[in-house]
Design a protein around this ligand. Structure first.
Ligand code: NAI
Ligand code: MG
Length: 357
């Protein structure tokens, strides 16, 4: 947290609305965050960056050459979405989102999944789901090490190396343990050491070492296939789930689906040491199919804003916004993707009313 003077807490936040519905949901979120910050006695200085696909068409780059420098001194980054039907995802995602995650060593990808009464869910037993998925965000299965051999011949093959470092695994498991102390005290470690016998046994070994330092937590190590089934059958039996990059990617989408919609899934890319900015973004993409129609659900983006406030230490403000969103879900004052009939701007009005802004 940066406190520039003793009375007014001020935060420098970089805003990157990006493509498609990104700007629509970032705008709503900023109005709400600004309103609540005034009520709660802190201020947000937004630094607006119009980077993304339109910027690429104008300049040949997704962000300027000094883009990462411009972000480096901020307290956090608020990111909308990137992706354009006319450009390859490799270009847009790797030109903007991935460099930010890597440069700032945002090695934790945090995805809360929480059932809120009023949500229409594909599961009949969704009540009480309250998960925090902690995904390793910097190494693991998503490495650039590998290649092709004998291309174009019948003997052609491809390899891809998974990288699990002691530092990488221990820091993500430690993070999950710290989080569990602040929640229900339960940690599930996702593994597959019965099949992936080198890297996953290493993962288990390190998770076991961390568990020994936190004996007051309840630890379970569960094979990823069984865990996938449990998240559908008995999701309430888990709380903090720590996973490798690939397992976390899949599991967090699965878990989000159990409560209904992408339009409400929030996330944070966190550097827990705090020496570089963390980035908060909705899980969904740029949704070109609904962009410009005024029906995008702003809750995923605003939920990411709530996580950002928590990261900054503004817990009361965060809790108030979360409560306001829950109230609108309960009363059905939502966009069509989660069963309501309001437009994006009407959801904003309802949020401001709920918060007394
Ligand atoms: P998407 O998440 O953009 O959309 C999937 C479906 O969910 C669409 O039908 C969309 O209308 C709906 N949806 C998503 N967010 C919504 C919201 N807030 N309110 C209401 N409905 C919502 O995923 P899709 O279509 O696969 O990808 C579109 C583009 O976004 C691609 O270029 C993709 O690469 C990119 N993408 C970017 C991400 C990011 O910026 N982190 C993450 C995922 C995809
Ligand atoms: Mg997003």
């Amino acid at each position: 947290m940066t406190t520039q003077d003793r009375t007014v807490r001020q935060y420098r936040i970089a805003s990157i609305p990006g493509d498609g519905i990104g700007p629509e949901v970032v705008d709503v979120s900023r109005v709400v965050l600004d309103g609540v910050s005034r009520q709660e006695g802190f201020s947000i200085d937004w630094e607006e960056h119009p980077w993304g696909s339109a910027f690429y068409r104008a300049t040949g780059e997704m962000m300027p050459g000094d883009g990462l420098d411009l972000l480096s001194g901020t307290d956090a980054i608020f990111f909308g979405a990137v992706g354009d039907p006319g450009l390859s995802d490799a270009l847009t995602l790797w030109g903007l989102l991935i460099p930010i995650r890597r440069e700032f060593d945002q090695y934790i990808n945090l995805r809360p999944v929480r059932y809120v009464p009023g949500l229409r869910t594909p599961l009949h037993n969704a009540a009480g789901i309250d998960l925090m998925i902690v995904r390793e965000n910097s190494e693991g299965e998503y490495s650039e090490i590998g290649g092709r051999f004998a291309a174009g011949t019948p003997f052609e093959f491809a390899t891809q190396e998974a990288i699990f470092s002691r530092r990488g695994v221990s820091r993500v498991v430690e993070y999950a343990a710290d989080l569990a102390h602040r929640r229900s005290g339960k940690v599930t470690s996702a593994t597959k050491s019965n099949g992936i016998i080198h890297t996953m046994t290493f993962w288990d070994e390190i998770a076991g070492e961390v568990a020994e330092q936190h004996t007051n937590l309840e630890w379970r190590s569960v094979l990823i296939d069984a865990l996938s089934a449990e998240l559908v059958l008995r999701p309430q039996s888990h709380d903090v789930i720590v996973c490798s990059n690939l397992f976390g990617d899949i599991l967090s989408d699965l878990a989000s689906a159990t409560i209904g919609s992408l339009g409400i899934a929030a996330s944070g890319n966190i550097n827990p040491a705090g020496d570089t900015p963390s980035m908060f973004e909705s899980v969904h993409g740029s949704a070109p199919d609904i962009a410009g129609k005024g029906i995008a659900n702003p809750f995923a983006q605003l939920g990411s804003g709530v996580m950002m406030l928590e990261h900054l230490g503004e817990h009361h403000a965060a809790e108030r916004i979360r409560t306001a969103m829950d109230a609108l879900v309960a009363s059905g004052e939502t966009t069509p993707d989660i069963g309501g009939s309001l437009r994006t701007g009407e959801v904003q009005d309802a949020l401001l009313r709920e918060l007394g802004i």
